[in-house]
Ligand binder design. Structure first.
Ligand code: DQA
Length: 146
């Protein structure tokens, strides 16, 4: 499968930011892990990170025009208020899995609400970087069930 992995604002600072919550692995290490695990499973993985809402939307639209089979997205804090990202996911008709490194449901109240998850086929949270691999597996299972 052609899978696009999109990470939103501040995820590039993982390994530096709030290590007690997000861990000590650098963002580059996490990207490498996703790339390697994806490759092992026979997928073509494209990784993209941006701190800007519009760039994330552009990338989602690009996934449509470039015929991606699946998307994995960690929208960072945009999760909690970006109707524009919700609409972009809805608009492209590609199976999308939302991922969060931390268990957003065990944190502040504002993190318990995701406006983007309803546009996705499901959400994975609280499993650190393994969440991205679980998301790849979810996309595989979804494809098999079609
Ligand atoms: C996050 C959770 C969000 O609430 C937060 O704003 C992030 C990271 C996560 O991966 O746990 O930036 O998406």
């Amino acid at each position: 499968m052609k899978v696009m992995v999109i990470n939103g604002p501040n995820l590039n600072m993982v390994g530096v930011r709030e290590k007690g919550i997000y861990g000590t692995k650098s963002f580059e290490d996490i990207c490498e892990y996703i790339r390697e695990e994806g490759k092992k499973r026979g997928h073509e993985i494209t990784l993209f990170q941006s701190n800007c809402e519009g760039e994330i939307i552009d990338e989602l639209q690009k996934a449509y025009f470039e015929n991606y089979d699946g998307i994995i997205i960690n929208p960072g804090a945009y999760t909690h208020y970006s109707y524009a990202i919700h609409d972009a996911i809805k608009g492209i008709n590609i199976d999308t899995v939302e991922v969060h490194l931390s268990n957003v449901h065990a944190r502040e109240d504002f993190r318990k609400k995701s406006v983007t998850a309803p546009a996705c086929i499901g959400q994975m949270c609280g499993f650190g970087e393994d969440g991205y691999i679980l998301a790849i597996k979810a996309l595989e299972l979804k494809k098999m069930s079609k």
